[in-house]
Write a protein that binds this ligand. Structure first.
Ligand code: HSE
Length: 428
């Protein structure tokens, strides 16, 4: 990138992730410019066919994706075709031509990353892959940057949404077995084209290979991984685990001690009360254990066009910032706009209210009538037995402005039929 006034992007592929990335780059062009300090523009897209959700404008389109990596107008290539053939040749050629590469391709990095990193170094360019692990969760940046001052001892997580979806559904009351839920996952579009990659743990193994390298600075060791999927797990196992106080989750675990590095993906019993046990459906979560920050956990969508596109763009912005020479992450000073901080009175939320009412006829009617005169309605109500002529009343209201709640509470507390303070807690 010689010209610092712009960062010219070429996209290879126009599937779910690529089209979402293009749309995000377009929709957030001003925001991205303010964060990267330069104009980030898509100049060339290589795709075999168009995408129905993506209207390409002012962009060169080639049906031969290799045209993109040969285009002298392109500074950064986004490899979003997946798989290793022809992605490997494509990325080799892009790096060889002096272009930075951003990829969402976990198989490519896990299996050929060593060679590609060397090639990038030799050509004085970067290859970035935040989107390759856990979709929209910025886990690579969290480990590489956020935890840079820590010695990390373990990274463990749910890094395949399809297997998590299947296990979560099998836990449900329907007694649905593995095959039945897998078919549903496929019909919902969660599973990879070849579901073996998900259910036999290969997708998770690719991702864990990358996490291990980032966490421990060890070479990519995909071949050394112990990989076990979930196809042997039955509803009976899930029920027995439950009786014992556990859930079954498919985890990737990499840990390092003086004996060496662990690299394994397999179904694992986790205590039902643990944080990781609460991660259900297609969601991903990664726990990192480190000496200074302690245990941290990162949760979010592990797949999907927008979530993965979000990670792709984070890498593009990093590259653009490096190029312009902006130190550290953050906004450009002149892109920081003064904003109005909203006064609390204007902010809306539902409220939990607890009060003590006098136990006499008409008290509830008068409370609800005051609330409704301020356009506040009651969503849930608990009323306990009276003690010494006083009744505890607990309610959750609809979403209302703080100012309306203040006015209503002022009116209620001035009534003689409420005893003592009213407790008010805002609900998210
Ligand atoms: N098939 C993957 C998953 C999504 O289920 O998590 C992309 O890595």
């Amino acid at each position: 990138m010689a010209d610092v006034s712009q960062c010219r992007v070429g996209i290879c592929g126009l599937g779910t992730v690529a089209s979402a990335t293009y749309n995000l780059l377009t929709r957030h062009a001003a925001l991205i410019q303010s964060r990267s300090g330069t104009e980030v523009t898509v100049v060339h897209v290589g795709c075999r066919r168009d995408h129905p959700d993506c209207v390409l404008s002012n962009v060169r389109v080639s049906r031969d994706i290799f045209e993109v990596v040969r285009d002298p107008e392109v500074d950064v290539v986004l490899e979003l075709i997946g798989g290793t053939d022809p992605a490997l040749d494509l990325v080799r050629e892009a790096l060889g031509n002096g272009k930075h590469v951003v990829t969402a391709n976990k198989a490519l990095i896990a299996e050929f990353g060593g060679e590609l990193f060397d090639l990038a170094n030799a050509n004085n360019v970067s290859i970035r892959y935040e989107a390759a692990v856990a979709g929209g969760i910025p886990i690579i940046k969290a480990i590489r940057e956020g935890l840079a001052g820590n010695e990390i001892s373990r990274v463990a997580g749910i890094i395949n949404g399809t297997t998590n979806f299947i296990l979560t559904e099998m836990e449900g009351m329907g007694n649905r077995g593995f095959e039945e839920v897998l078919a549903e996952a496929q019909s919902l579009g969660y599973a990879e084209a070849d579901p073996t990659f998900d259910v036999e743990g290969i997708d998770a193994a690719h991702k864990l290979t990358i996490l291990s390298t980032i966490a421990f600075g060890v070479p990519l060791e995909f071949e050394a991984m112990y990989t076990e999927g979930i196809s042997q797990i039955t509803v009976a196992d899930i029920r027995f685990a439950d009786e014992l106080g556990y859930k079954i989750k498919h985890l990737g675990i990499t840990a390092k001690d003086t004996q060496g590095v662990e690299l394994r993906v397999h179904p694992t019993l986790v205590p039902k009360t643990s944080l990781i046990a609460q991660v259900g459906g297609v969601m991903n979560a990664v726990m990192v254990t480190s000496d200074a920050a302690g245990e941290t956990m990162y949760y979010g969508a592990g797949a999907g066009g927008d979530a993965t596109g979000s990670s792709v763009i984070s890498d593009v912005v990093d590259l653009a910032r490096d190029h312009v020479g902006i130190p550290g992450p953050g906004y450009l000073a002149d892109a920081v706009n003064a904003v109005q901080i909203r006064p609390l009175e204007q902010i809306e939320s539902p409220f939990y209210l607890r009060l003590t009412a006098r136990d006499k006829p008409g008290v509830m009617a008068s409370l609800t009538s005051i609330l409704s005169s301020h356009n506040i309605s009651i969503e849930s109500l608990l009323q306990r037995d009276a003690k010494a002529d006083e009744v505890p009343v607990v309610m959750i209201t609809n979403r209302v402005k703080e100012s309306a709640m203040n006015a209503a509470l002022l009116e209620i507390t001035s009534q003689s039929n409420v005893a003592g303070e009213i407790t008010r807690i805002r609900v998210l």
